[in-house]
Design a binder for this molecule. Structure first.
Ligand code: HEC
Length: 140
């Protein structure tokens, strides 16, 4: 019977078509799940990067008052610190390093960065002021 054989062919074709659809849909779903994770991870990294960047304290009048240095000096130190000391590595959080260690590290790094002595002084004052501020007013 030619007609029943045709019918079978027809159903097989539909089945193959549906199977192909399933494979494509499955692939899309898998990609969707996979991309979700990729996007999530990228998002977390971007946010973490932004937080790490904005954590380098920006001088303000409170920092100036707390440290006894002028706001202008601290702003210069901050600008030099971010632009020059961030050239070879991420600028470290001022509060992550002790004052003693900063006194040891900065002269060598200032030589690395090729900055002037007055810029080095401004960076040192800024780091000191930022450390003071990060400890909070009580423990000054
Ligand atoms: C020419 C590249 C360069 C510049 C500019 C530079 N550094 Fe570095 N810095 C390095 C290298 C390389 C290291 C790691 C090796 C080392 O400790 O000497 C480092 C390490 C450090 C460390 C960690 C030291 C330790 O012992 O763990 C600190 C803190 C630091 N730098 C601060 C600064 C500061 C502050 C400035 C700006 C005055 C600066 N860096 C500019 C290259 C640079």
């Amino acid at each position: 019977m030619a007609s029943s054989r045709l019918k079978i062919k027809f159903w097989i074709q539909i089945k193959v078509f549906v199977d192909r659809l399933k494979i494509v849909a499955g692939g899309l779903l898998w990609l969707n799940g996979f991309m979700k994770w990729v996007l999530l991870i990228i998002g977390v990294c971007v946010v973490a990067g932004c937080v790490a960047k904005t954590q380098i304290p920006v001088p303000d009048t409170a920092m100036a008052a707390g440290s006894g240095h002028s706001l202008q000096t601290l702003q210069r130190g901050h600008a030099v610190y971010v632009s020059q000391c961030g050239r070879c590595h991420e600028p470290m959080m001022p509060s992550k390093v002790s004052d003693e260690d900063w006194h040891v590290v900065v002269p060598g790094m200032a030589w690395n960065a090729g900055i002037s002595q007055s810029d080095e002084g401004a960076v040192m004052k800024y780091l000191h002021a930022a450390r003071l501020e990060s400890r909070g007013p009580q423990s000054r």
